[in-house]
Write a protein that binds this ligand. Structure first.
Ligand code: CA
Length: 242
């Protein structure tokens, strides 16, 4: 993706090797990379000269990336992508619920990182433009027409219940982003239902039966183990599995 416009990116990471790897990879793709090695520096960088996107390690020597995310979210919608260690599902959920846009599990590939950055920047641009809720959404084979309340997959109409439609609409509006169980339940069912993960699982299974050629191996409605769900975006890179 050499045609990305120069983007100011704040990299918050205390590990020297990781920082070097990311700086090299991102600078080569025309990112302007600002570095911070702890929460104190990150706080300075993010206020002194706000970046367009933040890559954030969670385990920092003087604090926690999750607290930092919450702090930034109090005054800014800068997209934040969390870099997390493998197997720390609780951390990922906490970071997303604190307002992070996405996470990557270390180790990750540069292509995957760039794809996630693109999605996060696109969502940020859409929110900034206040993109209307009532436009037709097309994501890969999926097409949602909110005015007619019509869903099509590979141009075939799909019959969805009102809840199924709301669930799919919410996932589609956030295509490419991982949403936690809590975030989905709150948005679709309401604030009193955030612990009904079983209900969510049942509805996701129904949606998959209606939309996926092989519901056991979904290509569109992806499970993020221990975290939530992601509706796959339509610009996956070759060889990149969701
Ligand atoms: Ca660390």
């Amino acid at each position: 993706m050499n045609d990305l416009p120069a983007t100011r990116l704040l990299l918050v990471e205390d590990e020297l090797q990781m920082r070097r790897f990311l700086r090299t990879a991102l600078t080569a793709r025309q990112f302007e990379v600002i570095e911070a090695v702890n929460v104190r520096e990150a706080r300075l960088a993010v206020t002194a000269h706000p970046p367009e996107i933040v890559l954030l390690d969670l385990g920092l020597p003087d604090g926690d990336g999750i607290d930092f995310t919450r702090e930034v979210r109090a005054w800014s919608l800068i997209p934040i992508i969390v870099l997390s260690a493998r197997g720390r599902e609780d951390d990922k959920v906490a970071a997303l619920d604190a307002g992070a846009d996405d996470y990557l599990t270390k180790p990750f590939g540069v292509n995957e990182l760039l794809a996630r950055i693109r999605v996060a920047l696109r969502h940020a641009a859409q929110s900034a433009a206040g993109s209307s809720r009532e436009t037709i959404l097309t994501i890969g084979p999926l097409r949602l027409d909110p005015e007619r309340r019509e869903t099509r997959i590979h141009d075939q109409p799909v019959n969805l219940t009102p809840i199924e439609y709301r669930l799919l609409w919410h996932l589609a509006r956030n295509a490419g982003r991982v949403l936690t169980h809590q975030q989905i339940l709150k948005a679709v069912w309401g604030p009193h239902y955030t612990h009904q993960t079983h209900t969510l699982r049942v509805f996701m299974a129904q949606l998959r039966r209606k939309l996926e050629p092989d519901p056991a191996h979904p290509q569109l409605l992806m499970t993020e183990m221990g975290v939530g769900y992601r509706l796959r975006d339509d610009d996956p890179l070759p060889g990149l599995e969701g």
